[in-house]
Design a protein around this ligand. Structure first.
Ligand code: F0G
Length: 482
């Protein structure tokens, strides 16, 4: 539970589990890391995991399972159609969310594919508090456009606002007026808003937004992929909710929405996804997409073993001890880096610690990808793999110019129940060193640039020999073997 008390020191975030299976890590020397980074086109997505010491790329599909999740896998009922596992999963989700119909998918973006295909027509608008890369790509692919109506404060990196993911109701009303409610395919609210730093949305705000949408006949969808962190923040930051259990809060949120979807690579600590649909007719209208794109209706592309593990994972998500740990480790990391003067996204959110790259490497022009450069430098200086979340993750404007991201961040994800506090301290130490040597970091330019979702597979090169100089400085500090 939040903050165990200590006798002789200030509280530390505490692992509320013990380690039963381990994986050995490699720390390559800095020069070897430089060679690997060149091979990977200065794109951390293209590194091999064996060459990484701290993999903080994402919390997606890399969370540690519990003993109960692993043992549940043995129960899996293998059947193409009618697997008992599916019915157990459906029952668990209905118990938690109170929504009866489940469309299983292989992961979160498959849910987005199906929802966008079903609801979005050319020219339609989709309202969001903020976009996620794949959720936006599916809308634009179909000729729709996304309106991101998060409150302005959500985009200010340093703040003490508890719910920076909140949608701005004045902007929502103006948008509905401008577009006309009929042209709005749906309103998608994202719990634990990923691209602005894992920042939560309050229950009150979800309530106000969904009530307004309903009054205007607009379908309401919750992206619950990062709901677990958001639940923790509602419980600990929203005064009116502090006496409610996680289960009660979850149910209150669920009651607000027509549809809830999730990536089970995050929500449930496994791998998979699902769309929960309240309305029977709507559910049947989308069924065909599952059989066409995912698999049969009782597995949707997931392995039944994973589904059994997820059933336990969903239940563990209702345990405050379990869901506290990620936000507490992140908070510890963010506070330590902030205290060193490093521009961080504050307050710490869920998912990971987020560095305001635009402020750290302000000498790198926006078109040379400040966050992309910083994240490449961090791998060179410590074997830490983070993720660029900024201009490089955007798609170009139709005229070919760069769409400069409103938020330019490096994300250091904290996969759940994976890293220890000493590993977290190592990361804090290397980020501090890099910050103190930030003048050595230079920009990047594309040598291979895919048209869509270019951050996944694009290849870049440094604009000068800055990586060599940075590695030389690092070796001078730590020696050649680190
Ligand atoms: N929605 C949110 C809020 C997400 O964070 C993600 C994935 C998805 C949808 C798509 O789910 O990956 O299972 O297809 N986020 C990952 C990340 C990729 O690293 O943040 P998916």
């Amino acid at each position: 539970m939040p903050a165990i008390k200590f006798y002789s020191r200030d509280p530390l975030p505490m692992e509320m589990h013990k380690v039963k299976i381990v994986q050995k890590l490699n720390l390559l020397p800095a020069k070897e890391r430089l060679a690997k980074m060149k091979e990977a086109g200065f794109n951390t997505f293209l590194l091999h995991n064996g060459d990484i010491f701290m993999d903080m790329l994402t919390d997606s599909g890399v969370n540690a399972m519990s003993d109960n999740m692993q043992s549940a896998m043995l129960r899996a009922d293998d059947a193409y159609a009618g697997s008992e596992t599916f019915y157990r999963m459906q029952d668990k989700l209905e118990e938690i969310f109170g929504i009866p119909y489940l469309l299983p998918t292989h992961q979160g973006r498959a849910c987005e594919h199906i929802l966008a295909t079903h609801f979005v027509k050319p020219g339609n608008c989709v309202i969001m508090n903020y976009h996620f890369t794949t959720s936006k790509a599916h809308v634009t692919r179909l000729g729709g456009h996304v309106e991101e109506l998060v409150k302005d404060e959500g985009l200010i990196s340093k703040s003490n606002l508890p719910f920076k993911g909140n949608i701005d109701m004045d902007k929502v009303k103006a948008c509905v007026e401008k577009e006309g409610a009929d042209n709005i395919a749906y309103m998608r609210l994202e719990a634990g808003t990923n691209l602005i730093g894992g920042q939560p949305i309050s229950y009150e705000n979800m309530k106000e937004a969904t009530e307004y949408a309903k009054a205007n006949g607009i379908v309401t969808i919750l992206d619950a992929s990062l709901l677990q962190d958001n639940l923790y923040f509602i419980k600990t930051r929203e005064e009116s909710m502090k006496d409610k259990s996680i289960r009660e809060i979850t149910r209150m949120i669920a009651d607000l929405f027509d549809i809830i979807y999730f990536s089970a690579r995050k929500f449930g600590f496994g791998r998979g996804g699902g769309i929960l649909v309240r309305d029977e007719k709507m559910f049947h209208e989308m069924e065909d997409y599952i059989t066409m794109f995912e698999g049969f209706l009782t597995y949707g592309g997931m392995s039944v073993k994973e589904m059994e593990a997820l059933i336990i994972g969903f239940e563990e998500t209702m345990d405050l001890d379990v869901i506290s740990q990620g936000p507490q480790f992140i908070d510890h990391c963010v506070r330590a880096l902030d205290a060193h003067g490093i521009p961080m996204i504050t307050p710490g959110g869920g998912l990971g610690a987020h560095i305001d790259a635009r402020a750290v490497v302000s000498h790198i022009p926006a078109e040379q990808y400040p966050a992309g450069s910083l994240v490449a430098a961090l791998y060179l200086c410590g074997g830490i793999r983070g993720m660029e979340r900024g201009t490089l993750s955007e798609e170009r404007n139709p005229d070919g110019s760069e769409r400069i991201a409103s938020v330019e961040m490096v994300r250091l994800a904290f996969p759940r129940r994976v890293f220890t506090l000493s590993q977290t301290e190592y990361v804090i130490d290397r980020v501090k060193w890099l910050y103190d040597h930030r003048d050595l970091i230079g920009g990047l330019r594309f040598v291979h640039e895919p048209k869509s979702l270019r951050f996944f597979t694009g290849r870049l090169e440094p604009v000068s020999d800055w990586p060599e100089k940075l590695v030389a400085a690092y070796e001078a500090e730590f020696g050649e073997d680190q």
